[in-house]
Design a protein. Structure first.
Length: 756
């Protein structure tokens, strides 16, 4: 039995130590007092069991009265605090005074007869115990015990009716108190020397530690709720790891009214839609993330409800629910949904209009093809015959007239080409063909192309070319020239005095590509800031009232923008109205030869000197060429142009006549017009191939004024070997002859080096 008393003391000390380790600020002060008193009281019971005299036993017995005098009092005060109730301080003072007086009497029992009128020490099985006759003070002591019994049971039962108090904790407190009371009433029911109260105190310590661990969660919840309650628009609720309700703020109840009817510690169940959504969010959090959310609407207000983990330090202790007014965001989402529905409707309308658009596009392409053919055909004759005049006439007056005709014809041709190029870009059929090109040569060409126009207007042309630029680059030099020429042409058009500056410099390497910076700066009319964003629109002309006399279609910048986009670049514009503009872009190019180009003008002088020593690039007098065209003027032009290369070509004016000629004679090249009456060029080509009228070595070139987007691919897919547009340019004709004759015809008379 002594082992029992020793064990209760040791275990109570251990449990008190555990409490001290886990104790933290914020826990009711009555808790630590209770944990301190229990080991002391159990020590009193052990001292009585070890006593050897009555006085020694009575002194130790006095320590046991800490139970009724103070332990019951602090348990009562803790229960009041637990239920968030208070009693007047004077009442607490009276109870403390009565307890202190009774404890004094109990410790001094040997000197008075107030607590015991008689006491005798006995031993049984080596365990001492007292046999006592109670005095009047003991009656008061029992009265206090009865008072605390009624008071504690009343407050604990009351706490079970409060929604904001944990019912589990209330039940645990009730069990503790009932166990202590039963042990007190039972006393020595099993053995005269065996007291049940020490064991009941150990049990109470264990239950108190359980309550302590649960209180941590409530304190965290209360602190979080208090901090968020300052913001009236935010609602907050907390749950433990088993989704038992711990508390919430008023805004949370406005959002989820069902929270108002939950009791503390009540497990959350999917009894309604909102609770079911909360539990689903918790399931999602456990699988993949730290938070999840859903939306509810109450009283025409949309709320966003976010569920996230609740941590104490690094350990998760539960989950928190946060509600926020989401009305504005919901309206935005509704607007987005409306836009989506509108887009869907627009998509349906676009689908319905697709066939009409395709038909319109086909009609546009057909119109452009027809107009291209109809306009370019007479221009072909005009420029072709004019070229012959320039080659054959030495009279200054006549050559001046011819130069004017050539200039006006090329201007008209430029307008047509702009419209056709824009059509290609619009249809996505503009081709970017990368070839090796000479950097210095390209800059020479650009300077020569614009120098005369700038000179005629009295403008200074400044070309600044970085000498460190690679000598040979890889890209579409034709389209690059077109871009820069358009910018230079616009600069000349819109500049009345001052200068035009072309700057080309090395802008470093990026991902294996050479970045070429190009800028065209003028001192012209400039652009208003509000018009910079719209200046690249098709057919857009700035300040039409002031610039009506400026030639062009207004497609130049639209074409520049489209071509730059295809080359992974974009146009940048800086302008000061009435002072001038700078158009620039950075163009990525591959490098074929990293050697610096040096001074591009040195290259130009060398080229000019070399060109001055020759009369023609080459001649091919033995070449057998047939030209097919229904327009007699075009046949004359073709004959004259081919004559420059020593060729005496045969002419045919119809498809039927061509088939008869080919049945009797073989040719190296056949220039075959597309749009002809009776049989067009494609039909003639099919007949030629079907009847095998020409050997495989014969090249059949499409000769046509049709220059709309995709036409080259169309001709190649039909079986033509190449494509030559009208009006025929001498350089393009030369290119075709060199490509298909110089490489195969050993009799060609090469008058000079020719680049393909």
């Amino acid at each position: 039995m002594m082992l029992y008393y020793h064990g209760t003391v040791i275990l109570s000390v251990i449990l008190s130590t555990i409490f001290v380790v886990r104790w933290r600020r914020g826990i009711s002060v009555h808790f630590p007092i209770i944990f301190v008193f229990i080991p002391v009281i159990n020590l009193g019971y052990l001292s009585v069991a070890n006593a050897t005299s009555v006085n020694e036993a009575l002194l130790a017995n006095g320590i046991e009265y800490l139970d009724g005098c103070f332990l019951e009092l602090f348990f009562f005060l803790y229960v009041l605090n637990f239920c968030k109730l208070k009693i007047p301080k004077i009442c607490t003072g009276i109870l403390m005074t009565i307890g202190s007086l009774l404890l004094f009497i109990s410790i001094n029992t040997g000197n008075n007869g107030l607590l015991y009128t008689h006491a005798e020490l006995r031993k049984l099985n080596g365990v001492s115990y007292l046999v006592k006759t109670y005095g009047p003070a003991h009656t008061i002591y029992y009265g206090m015990i009865a008072f605390y019994l009624v008071a504690n049971l009343s407050v604990i039962i009351y706490s079970m009716t409060r929604k904001n108090i944990s019912k589990t904790n209330s039940i645990l407190l009730l069990v503790v108190y009932l166990v202590i009371m039963l042990a007190f009433i039972g006393g020595k029911a099993f053995h005269p020397a065996l007291q049940l109260l020490p064991a009941s105190y150990l049990f109470s310590q264990i239950i108190f530690l359980i309550i302590l661990s649960r209180l941590a969660m409530y304190d965290i919840s209360e602190n979080a709720i208090s901090s968020l309650s300052e913001n009236g628009t935010i609602g907050f609720a907390t749950f433990d790891m088993k989704m038992r309700y711990l508390g919430c703020t008023d805004p949370a109840i406005k959002c989820i009214p069902e929270l108002e009817y939950l009791y503390i510690d009540q497990p959350l169940t999917a009894e309604n839609e909102n609770f079911a959504s909360i539990l689903k969010c918790v399931d999602k959090i456990q699988i993949s993330s730290d938070s999840s959310h859903f939306y509810v609407t109450q009283d025409d207000i949309s709320y966003k409800i976010t569920i996230s983990r609740l941590y104490v330090g690094k350990r998760q202790k539960g989950y928190q629910l946060r509600t926020e007014d989401n009305t504005l965001e919901a309206k935005k989402m509704e607007a987005l949904k409306l836009k989506e529905r509108q887009k869907e409707m627009e998509a349906e309308l676009l689908k319905l209009a697709k066939k009409t658009a395709e038909s319109a596009n086909e009609a546009k392409s057909s119109f452009l093809a027809q107009m291209s053919h109809e306009i370019r055909t007479p221009i072909n004759a005009i420029l072709g015959m004019n070229e012959m005049i320039l080659h054959e006439s030495n009279e200054p007056g006549i050559r001046e007239y011819a130069d004017n005709i050539k200039s006006s014809g090329r201007t008209l041709l430029s307008l047509i080409n702009s419209i056709l190029d824009f059509s290609k870009i619009e249809d996505g059929k503009m081709e970017i063909v990368s070839v090796n090109y000479d950097t210095a040569g390209m800059i020479n060409d650009l300077e020569n192309a614009i120098a005369e126009r700038a000179k005629q207007k009295g403008l200074e042309l400044i070309v600044e070319a970085d000498k460190s630029l690679p000598r040979t680059l890889i890209g579409d030099d034709i389209r690059i020239k077109q871009i820069i020429t358009n910018l230079l042409t616009n600069a000349v058009k819109y500049t009345e005095k001052g200068s035009i500056k072309l700057e080309i410099r090395n802008n470093g390497d990026s991902e294996g590509l050479q970045m070429i910076y190009v800028a065209v700066t003028d001192t012209g009319i400039g652009i208003r800031e509000e018009e910079i964003g719209t200046m690249t629109e098709a057919f857009k002309r700035l300040e039409m009232n002031h610039n009506r006399n400026i030639e062009g279609t207004g497609l130049g910048l639209a074409i520049v923008t489209g071509l730059l986009n295809k080359m992974d670049s974009h146009l940048q514009v800086k302008s000061v109205y009435r002072e001038g503009s700078t158009f620039s872009f950075i163009l990525p190019q591959r490098v074929a030869d990293y050697m610096p180009m040096g001074d591009y003008r040195t290259k130009e002088r060398s080229s000019v000197a070399k060109a001055g020593k020759k009369e023609a690039a080459f001649t091919v007098p033995d070449a057998k060429i047939l030209v097919v065209d229904d327009n007699k003027m075009n046949l004359k032009v073709a004959a004259k142009l081919l004559g420059l290369y020593g060729v005496k070509a045969d002419m045919s004016s119809s498809g039927k006549d061509t088939l008869e000629v080919l049945s009797k004679k073989q040719y190296d090249i056949i220039f075959l017009d597309h749009m002809m009456p009776e049989m067009d060029g494609i039909e003639v080509l099919k007949e030629i191939k079907a009847k095998k009228l020409v050997p495989e070595s014969t090249r059949i070139i499409a000769l046509t004024a049709n220059a709309i987007s995709g036409v080259r691919d169309m001709y190649l897919s039909e079986g033509f070997d190449d494509y030559l547009s009208k009006p025929i340019e001498t350089k393009e004709m030369e290119h075709i002859l060199a490509k298909y004759l110089l490489s195969d015809n050993g009799n060609a008379d090469n008058g000079a080096d020719t680049e393909e």
